[in-house]
Write a protein that binds this ligand. Sequence first.
Ligand code: UFG
Length: 329
Amino acid sequence: MNILVCGGAGYIGCHTVYELIDKGYNVIVVDNLVKGHKSSVHEKAKLCVGDLRDEKFMDIVFKENNIDAVIDFAAFSLVGESVCEPFKYYENNVYATLKLLEAMERAKVKKIVFSSTAAVYGEPNKDIISEDDNILPTNPYGETKLTVERLLKWADMAYGIKFIALRYFNAAGAHISGKIGEDHNPETHLIPIVLQAAAGKREKVYIFGDDYLTYDGTCLRDYIHVTDLANAHIKALERLVNANESGIYNLGNGKGFSVKEVIEEAKKVTGYNIKTEICDRRKGDPSVLIASSDKAMKQLGWKPKFNSLNEIIKTAWNWHVNNPNGYND
Ligand code: UFG
């Protein structure tokens, strides 16, 4: 099968490309390289540098590569930035995805796996979240992802484009080979920040609030290994092919770890001390976000393999040690 991976040079995208190639798929990556890294793209994938909004370019990509299905990761994903620059998020995350769907419709490609997020839930009213719980995004990032989920539903009804939207919880870790990993600029995610502090690249980690109603006062998150996320996309593709049915699925480990627990685990993994300072809460952070992934396990036959925080942090540290400055592009 020929799979078009949009945003395949980004963090979760490039890990998915590795898994697809490992399983014998033919992979075509489209990325405008605004956030992505060229060197993260597997050498066996065909990289087409361009933008989803460029109709001519997209028509050529579909035509020349005889695409069977699409996996779409192309998006901006910084919650804080989305609050300050909502237009930028609607333009890139909603409008560009609409243009992708239009190109799919012109090319008569009817299957898409879409990268969604736990941010669609906003401040949940339950600790363990299921797909049919309240949806109320508290930031434009989550809102744009929800908007696309809804657009996909209508595209299915109107054009028969079948979709699977995967709502990721906290993606973390790196490929077991140490060849690809997490490199954002600016970095805002907890685990890479903690590892930068362990490596002496940051003086300390600022803990955003210790007055939450959790057992140690810091926020709980469900950390899921990026390769487990990547494999869920392949399971989703298989389901689209076999069942031809649209659906929405959470992806997480089902266990929450506090910010303080992550820091303690990182000290064990790295063997370095990590200085911390408590500061104010970060705006828009829910106190607890933990997934029920029962639906993905039952319907997609997906099961995370990295189910300890220790293993997840170890792979992230391995990448960090081998690539202290991230990618060079
Ligand atoms: N945190 C700190 N200090 C830091 C960075 C993070 O204390 O320097 C805390 C945050 O407050 C949060 C936890 O660590 O409690 C995890 O923060 P991340 O930024 O790593 O991840 P988020 O939970 O904020 O974000 C994740 C995804 C987003 C998604 C969001 C849904 O990365 O894409 O969950 O709420 F939108």
